[in-house]
Design a protein around this ligand. Structure first.
Ligand code: S3P
Length: 176
């Protein structure tokens, strides 16, 4: 596990960056949020990129970012919710580490009112649920592990740490 990246995927506002921050503290690793990196590099917000250049351009930026990060090690990577839609973006990242899908209930996410100005969450609850339904097989395809405890960010982080610890102990006790 040592240097392998820990990669968090899932729908918008499912807690990837919050949980990623907790994991980073607990494991002494750096957290990289692909959205934040893109905004920093571009010098503009995600809504501005969507409004000025469209979703395809944003996806291309996301792909470049994913490729760059896949050459690094020891990171916690919080992926933008749509990053796994492009195999060219997700495949290299998956190669670089272990992928956790934060499968938070989309209705609960929508109802918690945390979607803010995210461009792809402005069409109401039914459209958000439909988007989740379309993406679900994609997230499932990439996930090494599926996390379903969203009782608190700490509980979600603990669930991930348990998986990581189980993986470490099984590899250390594996026959040689
Ligand atoms: C998107 C999710 C957002 C951001 C952009 C598009 C998506 O990231 O990348 O608004 O397509 O699901 P978060 O998952 O961090 O909200």
């Amino acid at each position: 596990m040592e240097g392998r990246n820990i990669i968090l995927i899932g729908m918008m506002a499912s807690g990837k960056t919050t949980v990623g921050g907790l994991l980073a503290d607990r494991l002494g690793r750096a957290l990289v949020d692909t959205d934040a990196l893109i905004e920093h590099r571009e010098g503009r917000t995600i809504p501005a990129i969507f409004a000025q250049d469209g979703e395809d351009h944003f996806r291309a930026l996301e792909q470049q970012t994913a490729e760059t990060l896949s050459h690094q090690t020891g990171l916690i990577v919080s992926c933008g919710g749509g990053l796994p839609l492009r195999p060219q973006a997700m495949a290299p990242l998956k190669e670089s580490g272990v992928v956790f899908w934060l499968r938070r209930d989309p209705g609960a996410t929508y109802d918690s009112g945390v979607l803010g100005d995210r461009p792809l969450a402005q069409d109401g609850r039914a459209a958000f649920l439909e988007r989740f339904a379309q993406r679900e097989p994609v997230y499932r395809r990439w996930a090494d592990h599926i996390i379903t405890d969203f009782s608190s960010p700490e509980a979600t982080a603990d669930a991930i740490l348990e998986v990581l610890e189980a993986g470490n102990s099984s590899s250390s006790t594996a026959p040689t």
